[in-house]
Design a protein around this ligand. Sequence first.
Ligand SMILES: Cc1cc2nc3c(=O)[nH]c(=O)nc-3n(C[C@H](O)[C@H](O)[C@H](O)COP(=O)(O)OP(=O)(O)OC[C@H]3O[C@@H](n4cnc5c(N)ncnc54)[C@H](O)[C@@H]3O)c2cc1C
Length: 452
Amino acid sequence: MEHMKVDIMVAGGVAAGMSAASQAKRVNPQLHVVVFERGPYISYGACGMPYYLSGDIPDPMRLIALTPEEAHQKRGISVYTQHEVLDVDPDAHTALVRDLLSNREILVEWEKFILATGARAWTPPVKGMDLPGVFVLRTLSHALEFQQFLNSQRPRRAVILGGGPVGCEMAEALKKRGLDVVVVEFLEEIMNTIDADMGALVHEELRRNGVGVRTHRRVERVERTRDGLHVIIGEEVVNCDMILVATGVKPNTELLTKKGVAEGPAGSVDVDEYMCTSFEHVFACGDCADALDLVTGKKVYVPLGTTANKQGRVAGAVAAGVEVSFPGIVQTAAVKVFDLEVARTGLSERQAREAGFDVDTVQVRSRSRAGYYPGGTPVHVKLIYEKNTGKLLGGQVISREGAAKRVDVIAAVLYFGGTVKDLYNLDLSYAPPFAPVYDPLILAARRAYRWK
Ligand SMILES: Cc1cc2nc3c(=O)[nH]c(=O)nc-3n(C[C@H](O)[C@H](O)[C@H](O)COP(=O)(O)OP(=O)(O)OC[C@H]3O[C@@H](n4cnc5c(N)ncnc54)[C@H](O)[C@@H]3O)c2cc1C
């Protein structure tokens, strides 16, 4: 067996892993930093995959920010692709790695270990999920395989299981490719990241664009006959040529959980603000780790690319010897569904109630531009806040323009622990092409603050 001695070993080479390795080398270029990645690609924007599949981004290699060769030449990082980390010994400071092409094993002695193994697609435990024509979309390899299927088999009908952000992005992508698309959602409304009353607007947008939507329906099984695939949802059978399962993810944490590391929500690895795990000299970051929710002060598992990049930087810097920290998140996210921008931050109304807040909400429908200025579109804003104190708890904005950036303003107020009054008092920019004189956010905050 081959032996290797390194200063920092990183398992996983996408957003969190490559951010960690790069930052460690920036902090201390003398360190020997090695990344082991199970797949053939590193450092790619998984968030761009729906746009590659829709045809908006024709070249999938444009999604790759850095190749292993560039990582070595430009940043001094040694990257081993198609190498799987099989075991980690946090006491002995060693790890066992397998070269998946040659089956050769390597015993790595490390000073610091960073887990950046991300998450895998979770599929419902029903029959037929392993049939040909059933896909998941998590890695670039998945996207390439999926594209190959679309190009060679020319499917006409698709069913998407899961109406969350990835399911909705893919409904748009497949529609653009000319397929008939049906989205099946287990919950009462599409887009589980926002409240059902706002999700109804997304539902309507899907329907307006010819996407079939089935909500509150559980897939019972999938069958395959000579006529194609059949998705059985209660009384109904939806026939199709392909299925995309977009029902969520599960963190890849077994390397550390089987050793007894402290766990966070949903099976993630629990980390502090320095990305330290409960094992000394062992860090975790990205979609395998939890984060502090700054609104509730509790740990949450919200796997997003923004957090993965930031947590990775912090893990790498701290492992390399500088004290920086990642304070936490307010769960800000945006998604484009056909012509709609759907954005959310903080707690949804449901989450706020579950967290025990005495919740009030306000909704306004305003315009993205001054009423007299051409081209404006409706902007729907929902604010969630604490009844007596006015403390802002969350916000959701849906519009054909300007929703994502408006939600970022709410996110900033949440980060600083502000109230609806603080939001109202913000000195936001105004000119007729960008907003009405009372921006929809200010209007919503004013209603919440009860200034009529
Ligand atoms: C279709 C899609 C759209 C998305 N859109 C958005 C968006 O718009 N905005 C947003 O913020 N986020 C989005 N995300 C989420 C974002 O892509 C992830 O949060 C981000 O990729 C997480 O990065 P990561 O490095 O933590 O994990 P991953 O990207 O999962 O990478 C982990 C890597 O670790 C490797 N690995 C696992 N186990 C081992 C092992 N034992 N040994 C070696 N290597 C291992 C895996 O092969 C994988 O390559 C999207 C995700 C998808 C799939």
